[in-house]
Design a protein around this ligand. Structure first.
Ligand code: SIN
Ligand code: MN
Length: 200
C-alpha cells in the first residue's frame, strides 16, 4: 500500500488490497452472485452496459419505472449480507461510524462504461461512498459537483480503493473505459467494482 492520492477531493488508496486479499474477495463475491445473480439494469434510454447486483439491506435497481434503492433483487429475493471482508475495508477507510447498507456490485466486460453521474440518492451525505476495484484497469474520471467544468482522469487498478466523501461526496464521476485483459485476477477478464453506501 502506498500513500493516498488526492484528486479533486477523491481519495485514492493505490494497492489497498494485496493479491491474496483480492483473490479471497473474489471468492466471497462469487458466493454473493450465486445467490443474487448479475442483471442488466435498464434505463429509459435503454440497457446499461454494466451488469449489476448487490449485497446488504439495499441494492440499486433501475428499470423503465425509474431508479431507486430496493430491499429486493429483481428476482424478488432479499440481497445476501455484505461479506465481512468488504465491511472491513469500509471500517478502515470511511471515517464513518455507520455501517454500509448497500454494497453495489458493478460488472464491466470489455465494452462496459459508466457515464459521468453523481451518487445523490442516499439520505446521509455525511457518509462517503467507498469504491473497490478488482480485475482489469479502469479509466476513472473525476469531475465537479456542478455539471461541466474541468475533469481529471486516473487509471484504477485491481486492489485500489477510492473514498468519495467530503467535497467529493456529490461530485460527478464515471468510468470511460476499461483496459480489457490487463489483470489476471478474473480468469475471463473484466472488472468488478464495489461501491459501499449508507442509504438511509
Ligand atoms: C460507480 O460510480 O458506481 C462506479 C465507479 C467505478 O466503477 O469505479
Ligand atoms: Mn457512482
Amino acid at each position: 500500500m502506498t500513500e493516498p492520492i488526492r484528486q479533486k477531493g477523491f481519495v485514492i488508496h493505490p494497492g489497498f488490497l494485496d493479491r491474496a486479499a483480492q483473490d479471497a474477495l473474489v471468492v466471497r463475491l462469487r458466493e454473493v452472485l450465486d445467490n443474487a445473480p448479475l442483471f442488466t439494469p435498464r434505463t429509459r434510454r435503454g440497457p446499461m452496459s454494466v451488469r449489476m447486483s448487490a449485497a446488504g439491506a439495499y441494492g440499486w435497481i433501475s428499470d423503465t419505472r425509474g431508479y431507486r434503492y430496493d430491499a429486493r433483487h429483481p428476482d424478488g429475493l432479499v440481497w445476501p449480507p455484505i461479506p465481512d471482508e468488504v465491511t472491513a475495508i469500509w471500517n478502515a477507510v470511511s471515517g464513518c461510524t455507520r455501517a454500509p447498507e448497500c454494497c453495489l456490485i458493478n460488472w464491466y466486460d470489455s465494452a462496459a462504461r459508466m457515464g459521468l453521474h453523481r451518487d445523490e440518492d442516499e439520505a446521509d451525505l455525511s457518509c462517503p461512498v467507498v469504491s473497490v476495484s478488482l480485475g482489469d484497469d479502469a479509466l476513472f474520471r473525476t469531475g465537479n459537483v456542478a455539471r461541466g467544468g474541468r475533469t481529471e482522469s486516473i487509471w484504477l487498478k485491481s486492489g485500489d480503493v477510492v473514498v468519495m466523501g467530503g467535497a467529493a461526496r456529490l461530485a460527478h464521476h464515471g468510468v470511460d473505459r476499461i483496459r480489457f485483459g490487463s489483470s489476471t485476477l478474473l480468469p475471463n477478464g473484466g472488472r468488478i467494482n464495489l461501491t459501499l453506501r449508507v442509504v438511509t
